[in-house]
Design a protein around this ligand. Structure first.
Ligand SMILES: Nc1ncnc2c1ncn2[C@@H]1O[C@H](COP(=O)(O)OP(=O)(O)O)[C@@H](O)[C@H]1O
Ligand SMILES: [Mg+2]
Length: 260
């Protein structure tokens, strides 16, 4: 699986004027990779995922999957959007099967498959609960289960842990790495957290402020499996310093102040 974005441009047009959001984005994600996007708020990260998934069409540029043009076509990725979008009137199990159901899988079959996966997502005892009864971490896992149920090789996760407290967030990161080992799938992640990006990724794509361009692609030179201890060690800290500089140069450029 090779997913490529080539020279993607996107401008939102509205009554108040035009908003150029993406200005020539190139990006590649290969089988088994974990690639993160990081960049200032509002720079166009979610728009990139919307275009990768086919929900939005770029003004210019191509999305290809193994050489085939899939620009504006849906159905080739498992996508977890920025809001978890669990339906409050559906149980955990019935939320989990939503995507599979829409794709036409018979409900009974989808339910059986979701039930098998519940323990792996830490939701074994919550199949029949409604989302309002779940903790933040459990809601995220339910949304991820739904993403997993759509069964594509490439998962796009848009700030999946943004709303969680620090400790739960770390647990979810380790859990995600375990899940990834289990399924062997490819992951694209959007995050605001430099630490999260380094801890999870093989490569980190740093974006400029809007209109987004790729500022730099940083390769994370840490062995797998990752462990928490790494975050205090030299290679991690060096990577963190580099990313911090890349992101803060941008802030300085916007405010006109020199970086400190
Ligand atoms: N459908 C839309 N119509 C008009 N403007 C949009 C739309 N979607 C996003 N935007 C604007 O485009 C910019 C980039 O949005 P987004 O990709 O969500 O940024 P990010 O995910 O990096 O925070 C923001 O200023 C946002 O308000
Ligand atoms: Mg976003």
């Amino acid at each position: 699986m090779n997913m490529l974005l080539r020279d993607i441009h996107k401008t939102y047009r509205g009554p108040a004027g035009d908003l150029p959001v993406l200005q020539g984005i190139d990006l590649e994600i290969h089988t088994g990779e974990f690639v993160s996007l990081i960049g200032p708020s509002g720079c166009g990260k979610s728009t990139i995922f919307n275009i990768l998934s086919g929900l939005e069409v770029p003004d210019q540029g191509r999305v290809t999957l193994d050489g085939k043009d899939v620009t504006g076509r849906t159905g080739h990725v498992s996508y977890m959007m920025q809001k978890d979008c669990l339906l409050p009137w559906r149980t955990v199990l019935d939320n989990a099967i939503l995507g599979a159901e829409i794709r036409g899988l018979p409900r009974r079959e989808a339910r059986a498959k979701a039930r098998d996966l519940l323990p792996l997502f830490g939701l074994a005892d919550f199949a029949d609960e409604y989302p309002s009864r779940l903790s933040g971490g459990m809601r995220q896992r339910a949304a991820l289960l739904r993403t997993a149920m759509t069964g594509r090789d490439l998962w796009l996760l848009d700030e999946p842990f943004g709303s969680l407290d620090a400790l739960t967030r770390e647990q979810m990161q380790d859990w995600l790495l375990n899940i990834r080992n289990r399924f062997g799938h490819t992951i694209g992640l959007i995050t605001h957290s430099i630490d999260e990006a380094i801890y999870l990724s093989d490569r980190i794509v740093v974006l400029t402020p809007r209109p987004a361009r790729v500022k730099e692609v940083v390769t994370v030179d840490l062995p797998r499996p990752r462990s928490r201890r790494m975050v205090t060690q030299e290679p991690f800290l060096r990577c963190k310093e580099r990313l911090w500089r890349l992101l803060h140069e941008e802030k300085a450029a916007v405010s006109g102040e020199p970086p400190r």
